[in-house]
Write a protein that binds this ligand. Structure first.
Ligand code: HEM
Length: 282
């Protein structure tokens, strides 16, 4: 005969079941990182893309004409080779690959590698250069930056805009396009009093909030790590809206402190790494 669980035990079982259900409903970013052998943590996409102190390495490649002379049977192996490399490094780096061929003269594809340690991103890129396709491609641009907590539009310094920033959500179709634009500011900017820089960044932010419904943004800081001050990264499905956003920002006074915007502007389409390699094997 099976015994009925006591009231206490039943309460405990109900509580455990409720907790398990709650954990199952949480987005992956909200669950704890899985510890790996040797104390390493698995890289979680949603988490690493939202955290400060994460390095971003952006590298564009142009395929050499020799790539077309590699037998087709070998070219198609590029997708599998990259997949295996990404798998090998999945506890150290998050890898995104974009197709720029046909949209940029200077490149065919772009890597964005996010990592908690810059040398891990370097190791991944070094090993990519040793793959079949990597050996047949030249680097045409590299940008290195670091994510940081907000400097200006915080709850304390700018409560209204901070609330607007926090409440706006992307509601367009899944973005098909990526745009990466390096930005450098002049010495005058860096010598402005903090209070004035805050006001300037508020005038930057005000007209941009309306665009968050169809543009996703991410900012990397590069001063001292590269020849630029910022790497701005955007995903959108509406390039017309993105064009309007840039025009809006061009007439904001903060624009006068920018001495480099683009050079290069990198425009590409968003695919899985294998899809990009397959397209380039054709
Ligand atoms: C959806 C559109 C955009 C929104 C909502 C937005 C919002 C913001 C916010 C809130 C900041 C301040 C971050 C902080 O407090 O530290 C910022 C900084 C910045 N934004 Fe935008 N932005 C947008 C588009 C753009 C575009 C198109 C560019 C130019 C390519 C750009 C370039 C920058 C740069 C360079 C900074 C850093 C400025 C500094 O710290 O001196 N943003 N943006």
């Amino acid at each position: 005969m099976t015994r009925k669980p006591s009231l206490n035990l039943r309460n405990t079982l109900v509580a455990v079941a409720a907790l398990s259900l709650f954990a199952a409903l949480l987005p992956p970013s909200a669950t704890a990182a899985e510890p790996m052998a040797g104390g390493q943590m698995m890289i979680e996409r949603a988490k690493i893309l939202a955290q400060p102190n994460v390095f971003g390495v952006f590298t564009t490649f142009k395929l050499r004409p020799e790539w077309n002379r590699v037998p087709a049977a070998k070219r198609v192996m590029a997708a599998d080779e990259l997949k295996k490399l990404i798998e090998k490094h999945k506890n150290n780096v998050l890898v995104d690959v974009y197709l720029t061929r046909g949209l940029k003269a200077s490149s065919d594809f772009l890597f964005r590698v996010n990592a908690y340690d810059l040398d891990k991103a370097q190791t991944f890129m070094r090993e990519f250069r040793a793959t079949g396709i990597g050996r047949n491609a030249d680097v045409t641009e590299t940008l290195v930056g670091l994510t940081k907590p907000l400097n200006y539009i915080t709850k304390d310094k700018s409560p209204g805009l901070s609330a607007g920033l926090g409440s706006a959500t992307y509601s367009g179709p899944p973005p098909r396009y990526v745009v990466v634009i390096p930005v450098k500011k002049n010495a005058e900017w860096w010598n402005l009093p903090a209070e004035q820089r805050l006001r300037e960044m508020e005038t930057h932010t005000s007209p941009t909030l309306a665009f968050l419904v169809n543009v996703k943004r991410k900012l990397y800081h590069s001063t001292g790590l590269d020849d630029t001050d910022f790497i701005t990264y955007f995903e959108t499905d509406d390039l017309g809206a993105f064009n309007n956003l840039m025009i809006n920002l061009a007439s904001v006074p903060e624009n006068k402190f920018q001495v480099r915007v683009g050079s290069p502007t990198i425009l590409g389409t968003i695919h899985s790494p294998e899809e990009v390699m397959k397209a380039l094997a054709e």
